[in-house]
Ligand binder design. Structure first.
Ligand code: FAD
Length: 374
């Protein structure tokens, strides 16, 4: 008898949708619940690296991702005045037949993944969350925010950095700010931007950009974390434009199209890593609910997608959903995720400390690791 006949997945981000597609495709009855009332039509961009693309291909959405996003295989390093120091071939962590990177508009990726989950047979329910859960040896009883309840073989908490499922399990995990804050703008793509260029130092720790489609990009400026919560949209635009004025080359073209206050976002970097195991009974945490890292290496969504793929691989092959099956899952994930989280934090810490760290060695280590199959 199959070990997972029905599964509840909480959170329709990259991790939750990927898990929904894989479990539903295998014949499990999948319910995917999302606390937001609908699929957001607004958002920023995301840098999707090869190892994430490898999972997206496994999910059957690679063609749609390639059509909606902007693929590139090099990365540039520039000085604040815009001088191009070097253009490097980027590591194709998903293998030679996938690009090194695809930049995407986050809502476009979310739409592709949720549509694929629905097409695989998952039942999506927006505006819903879990009120309480109780797990025993054979299943999990769940009560929902609308008062209804149901029983599942498996519950997957894919509900992000401040996971409610994690709290309901009584797991204490402190997300620590890393000391950096990031300004992001989503806007139209000037012709001068055809890949990511990174500018280190100047008025910010990092300035960079990533094309997300023929007609769009997102650009970012990383500063020391500050309390920016009470600024009006107009003030946000003004501050980001002022910081951006210290960077030139393609940044001059980007600044010229940074005019809409509604497209500016500011958030702090933070990190956490849940020690093994990532389950309590038949409730398991994946993605940011279990681990989160600053986007200094742009691997968060990749790790979330890989979690889902490995979880499906392990649990769908298990005869029984016992602790050994969950331990096998966490064992395949923990060291890899730990390295990504720790090195992502380290990269930012060197900048905060003004230390000349060995960035090529760090990047080589992480890129080599994530190039291996998950
Ligand atoms: C500024 C910034 C930039 C980043 N840039 C990149 C990048 O370029 N590349 C990259 O790979 N990663 C990047 N990341 C990391 C990446 O965004 C995350 O690692 C990734 O989104 C995690 O996916 P997830 O599915 O685990 O969680 P999420 O994407 O957070 O999805 C969780 C979902 O659960 C829902 N939810 C929450 N609570 C509940 C609840 N109680 N009930 C039901 N649903 C709930 C949420 O609404 C959400 O839809 C960045 C992160 C930050 C902060």
């Amino acid at each position: 008898m199959r070990s997972v006949r029905n599964v509840l997945i909480v959170g329709s981000g990259a991790a939750g949708c990927a898990a929904a597609i894989l479990f539903a495709r295998d014949g499990a009855a999948v319910e995917l619940i999302e606390i937001k009332p609908d699929l957001s039509a607004l958002g920023s961009g995301i840098t999707v690296q090869g190892n994430a693309l490898r999972v997206l291909r496994q999910l059957g959405v690679w063609n749609e991702v390639a059509a909606a996003g902007y693929a590139f295989n090099t990365v540039g390093l520039r000085t604040p005045d815009g001088t191009l120091l070097v253009e490097m071939e980027d590591v194709r962590t998903g293998g030679p037949d996938l690009p090194a990177t695809v930049g995407m508009y986050r809502p476009a990726l979310a739409r592709i993944l949720t549509e694929a989950a629905a097409a695989a047979g998952a039942k999506l329910c927006y505006g819903t969350t879990v009120e309480s859960l109780a797990h025993d040896a054979d299943g999990v009883d769940v009560t929902f925010s609308d008062g209804t309840s149901s029983r599942y073989d498996l519950v997957i908490g894919a509900d992000g950095v401040r996971s409610q499922i994690r709290s309901l399990l009584g797991i204490k995990l402190e997300s620590k700010p890393t000391g950096m804050g990031i300004w992001r703008v989503f806007t139209s793509r000037p012709e001068s931007v055809t890949r990511t260029d990174l500018y280190y130092r100047g008025a910010c720790y990092i300035a960079g950009y990533c094309p997300t489609a023929d007609d769009s990009l997102y650009a970012y400026l990383v500063e020391g974390a500050q309390d920016r919560a009470h600024l009006t949209p107009g003030q946000r635009l003004e501050i980001m434009r002022d910081l951006a004025s210290h960077y030139h080359g393609p940044w001059d073209d980007i600044r010229a199209v940074m005019t809409d206050p509604g497209t500016i976002n500011y958030t702090w970097f933070e990190s956490h890593l849940l020690p093994p195991p990532w389950n309590r009974g038949r409730v398991v945490l994946i993605g940011d609910a279990a681990h989160t890292c600053p986007p200094t290496i742009a691997q968060g969504a990749a790790m979330a997608l890989e979690d889902a793929a490995v979880l499906a691989d392990v649990l769908l092959a298990a005869d029984d959903l016992d602790q050994a099956a969950f331990d096998a899952f966490t064992a395949r994930r923990f060291d890899r995720v730990k390295t990504v989280v720790e090195e992502s934090v380290q990269l930012g810490q060197w900048m905060l400390d003004g230390v000349e760290g060995n960035v090529p060695a760090l990047m080589g280590k992480v890129m080599g690791l994530v190039s291996q199959p998950a």
